[in-house]
Ligand binder design. Sequence first.
Ligand SMILES: NC(=O)c1ccc[n+]([C@@H]2O[C@H](COP(=O)([O-])OP(=O)(O)OC[C@H]3O[C@@H](n4cnc5c(N)ncnc54)[C@H](OP(=O)(O)O)[C@@H]3O)[C@@H](O)[C@H]2O)c1
Length: 292
Amino acid sequence: MTTNTEKTNRGNTNSKSTAGMTVLVTGATGRVGRRVVESAEAAGLTVRAASRHGAVRFDWADRSTWADALRGADAAHLAYLPDVGAPGAAEAVGAFARLAVELGVGRLTLLSARGEHQAHATEQAVRESGARWTVVRASWFAQNLSEGPLLEEMRGGELVFPAGEVLEPFIDTRDIGDVVVAALTGGDRFADRILDITGPRLLSFRQAVAEVSAAAGREITYAPVSAREYGAALQEFGVPVEEAEFLVGMFETNLDGRNAMLSAGVREVLGREPRDFADFAAEQADAGTWKS
Ligand SMILES: NC(=O)c1ccc[n+]([C@@H]2O[C@H](COP(=O)([O-])OP(=O)(O)OC[C@H]3O[C@@H](n4cnc5c(N)ncnc54)[C@H](OP(=O)(O)O)[C@@H]3O)[C@@H](O)[C@H]2O)c1
């Protein structure tokens, strides 16, 4: 398990270039951030785990929290919430990245989304910040089905989602964590590059839910709806209109089949195959994640 406290590593067996490196991880308690923290600690880095409620307080919406989170770090991993392509993301991430450079934090990774044209301005803002950067463009997370807002529906036995029968190369967020840390510790190798990373297998959401259902030993079904219907439901549940409309636009583009192909990114960066969805499903089923 990880902690939210900054830790100084002792007995670190890491290479000279990364030994003692302090990395600020934003979104550190999230589906990806937790795994970045775990991978960074396993690599012997000193981790500063930041979020609104974390030990290191950091809020994208409150610029007064930014400098203290950055000061003294060597590198930072950026995950913008609510979404890397959301309105205002490019401005906030750009300002944060420039502040990072000013404060001597010269190495940045940005978690971005594969096939999301709305995220390109955010990526560009990091690329123009003056830092050495790596943009990690990830496909849909396997952990979207085991953590966060979709988990309740999965436990309830039916996932209603606007993904039709599109094929998606679900990625395990542990692989994203490993890729981010490899980029941060890899010297020039992955600097100033966009890394396109996916899982090893294309699955429709219906197939993914069926694999979860089989692993969990209980019936869980998938009910596709249109993005518009989904957006209307989100608003009924209290999601602000602007955010719901952004999500509708994102689902309509991202889930139209443009991402229905595998990439070799994980293999190139980590020198091994990405984790398979079946392993994720089996592990989470064993842990009781989808018990009703
Ligand atoms: N879902 C996907 O399949 C997918 C695919 C590719 C890329 N992405 C990108 O991944 C990112 C989301 O990552 P995730 O799924 O790991 O997140 P997540 O599981 O939703 O967790 C959100 C994390 O960010 C923190 N947070 C929330 N609001 C914040 C704010 N205003 N300021 C600072 N921290 C805040 C949360 O902690 P606190 O509550 O303590 O602040 C938490 O640590 C987004 O940028 C999204 O565009 C998602």
